[in-house]
Design a protein around this ligand. Structure first.
Ligand code: GLN
Length: 478
């Protein structure tokens, strides 16, 4: 259907009059309705998207248009868009509408992107399979019996099934990279603070980041360039200058040193994924890249530290859903405290309640030192591991997930097993560093295999450069 492969090419074709934006948006809307069973969207803004298509088309005609003119974007339903529903796929926010727009979304709108809808996700972004959503499961477009990954499952599917050009997701412990891996697309988690979190519903504030899902590296670079930057509304957003990512994608083969950590290739990793990644490593060597064995000795503690610290932060962040201020309020209560209890009991889903309880426990007096404080110390040790390694290499190459997309229901009764599927992605969030998923191959069942690259803080350029090389020289040519 699409007669362009990157968003920049689309913009050129729009300018040349080779694409009508209205028909393009109509085609996406049709495709969304034809693919309703995938359940990728919580809300589709049909009329508004069509109206905006006309406005942007006009702007293009007049020659005053932004860097994302006509790019059709879907956003995860944890991101605010003023006067539109913001549910976080939770019953507790069922009828809630955002009263302002997230900075990352506003930056896209300011560059004339068209927001086509809000995508399904795990409730409050807690999950790895998109099965924890009050809007129901999302299906993997490659195999409908399988999960798309989570928590940004809908955003990944929207891009993989070509229901939009690009989408935004959020990544607290892998929620961009893992669904990108399961759906066979690119997913970029920027450095913590690279993209403003203003308007992103908080899950674990010291971990949360917003990033793009795309079908190619060029689009990831273009979108990152637009959404990055300091924002006075987020004190943790960084003032580090934003490079023109999309203009610096080319690298000299062999110019980057790549680290491989044995801790990321151990027990539990699917042999097929391992094999495919090692094929890429061999090709990188042949292309002249130096591959160095490295060690990240505290890797075995990442899942434990992640699930202690993020649940602690979540228990605090989610205290605001009390039935009093906004969102769902129970119909049955006879005292204020019963109103709180019933609203939260009825409004939150099972996984969210599990996390609130876990987080409250690890923060409670008597357990604080044993769990929360200790996990904070482990977080520092994990960060130190990365600091050490980045003295000798530019990038770290790992699998994104230990398996390809698993079956719906396969892990939903076993939270621990589900948590273990985040084993390779949570470390980047603990350390605050950027990571990307690159779709490198298919397994014998035809399911996408993802590979992850991680870089030091604010070195997204290197991530994108090597990804671009791999995309063009190792994947497309093979
Ligand atoms: N799967 C992880 C979790 O359940 C990561 C979620 C995320 O990145 N939002 O916490």
């Amino acid at each position: 259907m699409k007669n362009y492969s990157t968003i920049n090419e689309k913009i050129q074709k729009l300018r040349a009059g080779e694409i009508s934006l209205k028909s393009n948006v109509e085609e996406f809307l049709l495709k969304i309705s034809q693919n309703q069973k995938l359940n990728a969207f919580n809300f589709v803004f049909e009329e508004e998207a069509l109206k905006n298509a006309e406005i942007v088309q006009e702007k293009i005609k007049n020659g005053n248009f932004g860097k994302a003119a006509g790019v059709v974007v879907a956003i995860k339903d944890v991101l605010s868009l003023k006067d539109h529903p913001l549910t976080c796929s939770s019953n507790i926010l069922k009828n809630f509408e955002a009263i302002y727009t997230a900075t990352a979304v506003q930056k896209l709108i300011d560059e004339d992107a068209i927001i086509i809808g809000k995508t399904n996700c795990d409730e409050f972004a807690m999950g790895s399979s998109n099965e924890n959503s009050a809007f129901g499961n999302v299906l993997n477009p490659v195999d409908n019996q399988r999960v798309p990954g989570g928590s940004s499952g809908g955003s990944a599917v929207a891009v993989a099934a070509e229901l939009c050009d690009v989408s935004l997701g959020t990544d607290t412990g892998g929620s961009i990279r893992q669904p990108a891996a399961f759906c066979g697309i690119y997913g970029l988690k920027p450095t913590y603070g690279r993209v403003s979190r203003f308007g992103l519903t908080a899950f674990a504030s010291s971990f949360d980041s917003i990033g793009p899902f795309t079908n190619n590296v060029e689009d990831a670079a273009s979108i990152l360039e637009i959404i990055s930057g300091y924002d006075k509304n987020d004190s943790t957003s960084s003032k580090t200058a934003v490079p023109a990512y999309s203009e610096v994608l080319k690298l000299k083969p062999g110019s980057l040193k790549i680290g491989i950590a044995e801790e990321y290739f151990g027990q539990g990793l699917s042999p097929e994924i391992k094999e495919q990644i090692f094929l890429i490593i061999e090709k990188l060597k042949l292309a002249g890249f130096e591959i160095k064995e490295i060690h990240l000795p505290h890797s075995e503690y990442t899942i434990a530290a992640y699930y202690i610290l993020t649940t602690a932060e979540a228990s605090s962040n989610l205290a605001r859903y009390d039935g009093a201020r906004y969102g769902y309020r129970s119909k049955t209560f006879s005292s204020l405290s019963e109103m709180y209890t019933n609203s939260r009991t009825e409004g939150f889903g099972k996984e969210v309640k599990r996390r609130i309880m876990l987080g409250t426990y690890v923060l409670s007096s008597g357990y604080y030192d044993a769990y929360y404080r200790k996990a904070q110390k482990v977080r520092r040790l994990i960060k130190n591991d990365f600091d050490e390694v980045f003295k000798t290499v530019d990038l770290i190459l790992t699998p994104t997930s230990p398996t390809t997309a698993f079956k719906l229901g396969e892990k939903s009764d076993n939270p621990l097993e589900m948590y273990l599927s985040d084993i390779y992605t949570t470390s980047a969030n603990l350390a605050g560093i950027p990571g990307i998923n690159i779709p490198i191959a298919k397994d014998s069942a035809g399911l996408p295999i993802g590979m992850q690259l991680m870089a030091n803080l604010f070195e997204e350029e290197k991530l994108l450069q090597l990804s671009y090389f791999i995309q063009n020289e190792l994947i497309r040519k093979s």
